[in-house]
Write a protein that binds this ligand. Structure first.
Ligand code: ADE
Length: 228
């Protein structure tokens, strides 16, 4: 799967894709990430990319022309399944959306800054708008990193144990059950007996019960939303 990320602060994206699962996926050729510095498309000798907003008010707006030139150039070389703008007024990301997005081959992610981007770019190029939660970040980069991470782990072959992404919290609208590793007893706290039983079916049942219990206690909204 390929991601092209358009950013005014590309250095913010240096590290998130260079470790652990994402780095392994890139080395194996399952994931390609290209980061595009919007400043290269800036206007004039100062490479301007933002300007005051019409109508007044605090905060700068990312200008249409640099974004249009950058996005148009990328589109002229490659076709994208979706062009996604990361914005707090987009639809809020959830596991279902990640699952759907993981079926694509190629996504472009546009990171906003300041007061956001000129509305005309949304009309001209953007096909989907995503928020990573009901709070405001300084820019879209951290949201883009979250989107890439949550989608990539769903691509077949990225995780060693392919079934493990399907057992994550939120798949089936349930939170994950408790997990334990060695030692069997730690500071007087013991691992539940069932996990030593060797009885796979019973262990699966226990995990499911624990998932349901945890979801009822912590996120009852997930259970009611799955019944809709
Ligand atoms: N940019 C600023 N806030 C954001 C959010 N909550 N989600 C995605 N992009 C953002």
């Amino acid at each position: 799967m390929r991601f092209d990320i358009v950013s005014a602060v590309p250095n913010l994206l240096n590290s998130p894709f260079e470790h652990s699962i994402l780095s392994r996926a890139r080395k194996r050729g399952l994931l390609e990430i290209n980061i595009h510095d919007l400043r290269k498309y800036g206007i004039g000798k100062h490479k301007q990319i933002d300007d005051y907003q019409y109508g007044g008010g605090a905060g700068m707006v990312m200008m249409a022309e640099p974004l249009d030139n950058c996005i148009s150039e990328l589109k002229s070389h490659h076709s994208y399944d979706e062009i996604i703008y990361l914005t707090p007024d987009g639809s809020v990301l959830n596991q279902k959306k990640c699952n759907q997005l993981s079926l694509n081959q190629s996504l472009m992610l546009i990171c906003g800054h300041y007061k956001g981007i000129d509305e005309r770019i949304r009309e001209m190029h953007v096909t989907m708008e995503i928020s990573i939660g009901d709070y405001v970040l300084s820019g879209g980069e951290l949201g883009a990193a979250i989107l890439v991470d949550s989608i990539t782990r769903l691509i077949p072959g990225v995780l060693n144990n392919e079934s493990s992404a399907l057992l994550d919290s939120f798949q089936d609208n349930l939170l994950a059950p408790p997990t334990y590793t060695r030692p069997a007893e730690y500071k007087g706290r013991v691992v539940p007996d069932i996990l030593f039983s060797g009885h796979d079916l019973k262990i699966d049942e226990w995990r499911h019960e624990q998932s349901v219990k945890r979801t009822q206690e912590r996120r009852p909204d997930l259970i009611s939303s799955s019944e809709e």
